[in-house]
Design a protein around this ligand. Structure first.
Ligand SMILES: [Zn+2]
Length: 165
């Protein structure tokens, strides 16, 4: 898994860069209105309108908070401010975080027969306790199971049995 990191062309995971690229393409259809401070009102083409706050890292479509990748609205706001959207990708997609995740290796384990014997009492299942009420004597059969011959004979007279069989 650590070797996969060597194939990256930048410090950010390639899958996330692809998502950012798609969002950048979508952002070209957005119209941005800036309130002069932190707030941006971003209107997507003929659809919804969202509020972006770059200081609080919030977009009302919530995709940015959930995925950690700037959505189309945020990308439009970032471009409006002449900044780089790649810098707004969450740290958990960075190479450094990836390498930290896989920095601990699984160590080899001895054969089970070589494990030390425990001196504690072994765990046994609990005793079976009779529940209140009369126990069922006849279980419910599945429809695919063969029907009981005696019950079949009681229910139908001989003439009808010949007809059915
Ligand atoms: Zn958004």
């Amino acid at each position: 898994m650590r070797g996969f990191c060597d194939t990256w062309i930048s410090d950010i995971s390639p899958m996330e860069l692809k998502v950012l690229q798609e969002n950048t393409t979508k952002s070209m259809k957005c119209v941005v209105r800036w309130n002069g401070q932190y707030g941006y009102e971003v209107k997507e083409e003929h659809t919804s309108k969202h509020i972006v706050n770059l200081n609080m890292l919030i977009c009302t479509c919530r995709a940015w908070m959930l995925k950690g990748i700037p959505c189309a609205h945020v990308v439009a706001a970032i471009h409006f401010k002449k900044l780089e959207p790649v810098n707004y990708i969450a740290y958990w997609y960075h190479r450094e975080t990836y390498m930290k995740t896989y920095s601990h290796f699984l160590q080899p384990v001895k054969n089970m027969e070589m494990w030390p014997q425990s001196q504690n009492p072994s765990v046994i299942p609990p005793e079976v306790r009779l529940m209140p009420g009369r126990p069922k004597k006849v279980r419910m059969k599945e429809p695919t199971e063969k029907q009981n011959r005696k019950a079949f004979q009681k229910r139908y007279p001989d003439d009808l049995q010949q007809l059915l069989c």
